[in-house]
Design a protein around this ligand. Structure first.
Ligand code: SF4
Length: 366
């Protein structure tokens, strides 16, 4: 069960600065996402980051597959407010350029970029620009997979290989006196991800970025991510999260915050209680609630005003008013009109076409 002590139970981790945000060191668990645009398409990338900012995204990662993408980071940074992370594989020159462009964090695995001199170049660029590095170890790409018959591995063995590789990557950086490190250990299932994070957490004070990789589409992805994140956070493990979904990244951010909100770790918009609908429902309640959520969550001002409010949207006037009793306000639908409920009392009748406006107006009045 969610418990307010989660905050106090957090594992003690070192504090790492990413732009204007801190990860670890007792700071609130942050929610991240990743753009799905071509990074070199500056306009689309900025537009998508702006949408992510509106829903509350706190750190955004961009794929940097080539020099063209690395060189536009400065322009993107100027147009957005949240810290930007460059996701780089293999080519150290992209990391050096991203650092020069003012990126706030680099995700790269030092073991993938070749000889020590190249790693040293990346570390120097990060030190000069005071930016951290995230080492991201994914189950499918651990080096031992290529050498060994992984089909014989059980989940624990696999998780141990992930931890071993993460520790080797950390050592490369720490041997160069670089400590601003965040680590992620991700698999596409809960077991390997949870075991790997648990073991890693017992060995270091490095902050952990949690998530299930390739988690899938909305329903399956949300379930896997929620179970993993709540399981680890309930044991004090986890400093930042990314819910990976085959979806618009805006939804990843909303899901991430909803998980933290359910665990009572972060506040995020209102609590909307809505009924499942039944044979008594005479309005398109499902559509209505989705529209209402979009209005609230796509506008950070409204979302913040609504923080902590309980809003009811019920399908009928038979059970609705009773179920909505402890909401701050809400609507119980009839045919083409509905009853406005406020502090448990039936206040007035309003037309269906006015419901969303009325709720938004009420939120703005707080
Ligand atoms: S609140 Fe009314 S419409 Fe909604 S499920 Fe209950 S009885 Fe049905």
């Amino acid at each position: 069960m969610p418990n307010k002590n989660y905050k106090n139970n957090m594992r003690k981790t070192r504090k790492v600065r990413v732009g204007n945000i801190f990860i670890g060191g007792g700071h609130p668990i942050t929610v991240q996402s990743m753009t799905s645009t071509f990074t070199s398409d500056i306009k689309s990338t900025i537009n998508q980051i702006k949408k992510l900012e509106e829903v509350g995204c706190e750190i955004v990662r961009l794929a940097v597959p080539d020099m063209e993408s690395a060189k536009v980071i400065g322009k993107i940074k100027k147009a957005v407010d949240i810290p930007v992370v460059a996701d780089i594989h293999f080519d150290y020159r992209l990391a050096v350029e991203a650092a020069k462009q003012g990126v706030d964090k680099i995700r790269i695995n030092p073991g993938n970029i070749g000889d020590k001199d190249k790693v040293r170049e990346v570390v120097k660029a990060c030190k000069d620009n005071k930016i951290p590095i995230r080492i991201g170890v994914n189950a499918g790409s651990v080096k031992a997979v290529k050498k060994d018959n992984f089909k014989k591995w059980d989940k624990k063995r696999w998780a141990l290989e992930m931890v071993k590789e993460a520790m080797e990557e950390v050592k490369i950086l720490e041997d160069m006196d670089f400590k601003d490190i965040i680590v992620s250990l991700k698999a596409d299932d809960i077991e390997r991800t949870a075991i790997a994070n648990e073991i890693f957490a017992s060995k270091t004070d490095i902050p952990l970025h949690l998530g299930v990789t390739e988690a899938g589409t909305m329903i399956g992805g949300i379930i896997k991510s929620s179970i993993l994140i709540s399981n680890l956070i309930s044991r004090g493990i986890g400093d930042t999260i990314r819910v990976s979904l085959t979806e618009d990244p805006v939804k990843e951010v909303r899901v991430g915050f909803e998980i933290l909100k359910a665990l009572k770790l972060r506040k995020y918009g209102p609590e909307i209680i809505s009924c499942p609908t039944c044979g008594r429902t005479q309005i398109n309640l499902i559509d209505l609630v989705h529209k209402l959520e979009d209005e609230i969550y796509s506008n950070s001002d409204i979302r913040k005003k609504a923080e902590g409010l309980k809003i009811a949207v019920m399908g009928c006037v038979v059970n609705g008013p009773g179920e909505a009793k402890d909401a701050d306000f809400g609507i119980c639908g009839g045919k083409g009109k509905g009853i406005w409920i406020e502090n448990g009392k039936q206040a007035k009748v309003i037309k269906e076409s006015e419901w969303i406006n009325q709720i938004i107006k009420k939120i703005r009045s707080y």
